[in-house]
Design a protein around this ligand. Structure first.
Ligand code: ZN
Length: 314
């Protein structure tokens, strides 16, 4: 009897155990099945969230792109506008002097062959009378301050010659170009200013040039230079020294006959009478109310004794 009881309880115990194992297996199975699903769901939610953020980011990126494009467009507009404004100034600069000072008598005082020991005195006189002029200079060491002063005080610094040796300059087109370039570079190194105007040593009508003069005009054009001769001369380059009165007389006589006078004078060590004549020349012309003194600029009509032969003039 006792044996049977113990056999029964043993069986019961086994059944219970099997049940527990079953339960454990079922729960495990359920858990195993559920966990991935839950994880999946969580992941899905995360993915959705990320997706949304991505969309938002894309949107703001798009907005930013649009804004940048707008900004670029604005910059382009500005870029287009600013050269127009610069152009405007250029247009102002190239208004011919004759138009800008309509009805006035224009006098362009020009000094060749400087600088010299008189340059500062000439500049002092011009400053005193508030007159702007043009200096067609040579390359001379030791006059760095004079070159700079010419520019700083509103005068036009212009090219004449590096060597002023006619036989050398006019020997060949190459020599002619070299003389111009050497002087232009020399002045640029000292002042940082690139000259735009040129005067032929001896004038454009000189007969020293050993080659076709048209080549000179081509070279000047290629070098971006405009040349100026003169239509009034002080004759201070005469072989004998002119008195200051004679120089004054020559200049006033010349300017009285022209509405626009480009006056040839010299800034050289043997030309002190020119310096002495200067105050009277200026005073006499300033006494005429309709006279203005101007430096040569892009607005000045060139005075040329000789032009390119195919231009039909001589
Ligand atoms: Zn000269």
């Amino acid at each position: 009897m006792e044996q049977q009881t113990s056999g029964n309880s043993n069986l019961e115990y086994r059944k219970k155990r099997v049940k527990r194992i079953k339960k454990f297996l079922i729960i495990s199975l359920v858990v195993l099945l559920l966990v991935p699903n839950v994880l999946c769901a969580v992941l899905m939610v995360q993915v959705l969230k990320i997706n949304k953020t991505l969309e938002e980011t894309q949107e703001s990126l798009w907005e930013l792109t649009v804004q940048m494009e707008d900004a670029n467009a604005a910059a382009v507009v500005e870029q287009v506008l600013s050269p127009v404004q610069v152009l405007d100034e250029d247009i102002k600069a190239v208004i011919p002097d004759a138009q800008m000072y309509e009805g006035k008598k224009l006098v362009y005082l020009t000094f060749d062959d400087g600088p010299s020991e008189y340059t500062n005195e000439i500049l002092d006189i011009l400053k005193e009378y508030d007159v702007k002029a043009t200096f067609f200079v040579l390359a001379k060491d030791g006059y760095e301050e004079e070159y700079q002063r010419i520019i700083d005080e509103g005068h036009t610094l212009a090219l004449h010659s590096y060597t002023h040796q006619y036989s050398q300059i006019y020997d060949s087109p190459e020599a002619f170009r070299q003389d111009i370039r050497q002087l232009s570079d020399y002045l640029y190194e000292i002042t940082g200013y690139r000259c735009e105007f040129y005067r032929f040593p001896g004038g454009s009508s000189n007969s020293i040039i050993q080659f076709d003069k048209d080549e000179c005009f081509d070279i000047l054009e290629e070098e971006g230079l405009v040349y100026f001769d003169w239509n009034v001369t002080s004759k201070d380059a005469s072989s004998y020294r002119l008195s200051s009165q004679a120089i004054t007389g020559n200049v006033l006589n010349g300017t009285s006959q022209s509405q626009a006078s480009v006056v040839l004078m010299h800034d050289a060590s043997d030309k002190y009478t020119t310096v002495q004549a200067l105050p009277e020349i200026i005073e006499s012309l300033q006494a005429e109310e309709d006279t203005v003194f101007l430096p040569i600029t892009n607005g000045t009509t060139p005075v040329c004794h000789v032009v390119r032969s195919d231009d039909g003039e001589e």
